[in-house]
Design a binder for this molecule. Sequence first.
Ligand SMILES: [Zn+2]
Length: 456
Amino acid sequence: MERRDFVAAVAAGVARWDPGASPRGQPRRRHTADRPTVGIQVGAVSFVDEGTDKVLDEFRELATINTLFLATFTYGRGIAGRQLRGQPLPDHGAQAYDDDFRGGNFATPHPQYYRETSIVPEKAPEHPGYDVIADVLPAARRRGMRLYCWFEDVFRRDVPGFDRAAEIDLHGASTGLACHRNPNTRNFWLGLAEDYLRSYDVDGLMWGSERQGPLDNALAASHGGGGNGIGCFCPHCLDAAHRAAIDVDRAREGYLALERWATALRAGQRPTDGAFVTFWRLLVKYPELLAWERLWNEGLNDTYRDLYRLAKRVAPDKGIGWHIWHNNSFSPFYRAEQDYAEFARYSDFLKVVMYNNCGGPRLAQYVRNAHATLFADLTPEQVLPPTVSRPTTCCARPVARWPAPARGCASGPVSTSTFPRGRTTRRRSRRTCTRRCGQRSKAAPTACSCRASIRR
Ligand SMILES: [Zn+2]
């Protein structure tokens, strides 16, 4: 399937995976083959605040939701907390912020599944005595809704035992993120998946990791902060590098050089040969840069593969798929590493993240980040075309009839006015009268006040 068709299908609420058929084509219980997936992510706080029946009825009545992606594990507020302070509260639910959010497992962890990991399976303290799956599953069944456990790769440094699973950066410090290759991390995810599949009669699982490799992080090729998280250099990853015949010392040397290059560019220095040429020079000199990026991604892909194998062994009739980070929408570097054809070997479905912020501030921040280093030779506006694969239509109108960028369009291209005017944009439309007076004009008139024609 073409990426564009896939995205269109997901946007229409139709997952690629047909949840109505088993891998052998046999009917799946509770499902109908002709029912497209119309899903929503939802966390425990919504049910606790507003009442389970009320929330599910509104899902069904307002959006014909038939599938719940229930936030069952995360230490992040993005999918399990209330609104961030400083943002307006919604017009429903508790009118309060949850600044002391911690997170963890919002169902009930069963210790027998976590014997092979140092990470302690903590129950989220937000809702004591409340098991979100036990509460929501029967109510969802009564309404014919499917329920998937949605758990994501977000920890806290102070989770007991996490220090023995953490990623190690270029300088030997913990990044605060979990190493995909560390057995404590891998066994935690496998234990959690088995716990959900054996302890509850859910319809399946969805796991997600909104992270990228060291090369992408060094370039800050995302909407986040810049230049952090160059890893992993833990003993498990060093062993994997040795097995793959990657020179660890050369990789470390290359990433240190890349870090110096990026730091200098962000500080406003401009190499004589330009940012792109000097970056490419580093890649040629240190092919270990790309090798380490691949090594990191293979650790992540092994996690997908192991989770898929486990799920099919424990519950072959249930679905397991992946949440794909919205960095996919704007970073060609990240997008290149999300190979849907490869995913098809170990996925029942993909849930590719698309929401309005991807088309606006986050895309703009990605462009600013990329423009600060790799594309420093260009203007921010010039960074956009290779970044965004533009759809053929916007708001059901052909590209030629898109609103002018200055007027904006929620799902169209980002306005150039998104970027503050600075020295990178000042070249635009400045013209000079060279035939008579030599006068310069910003207003791009067709004739100079001396009545001679203007040329660029
Ligand atoms: Zn590692």
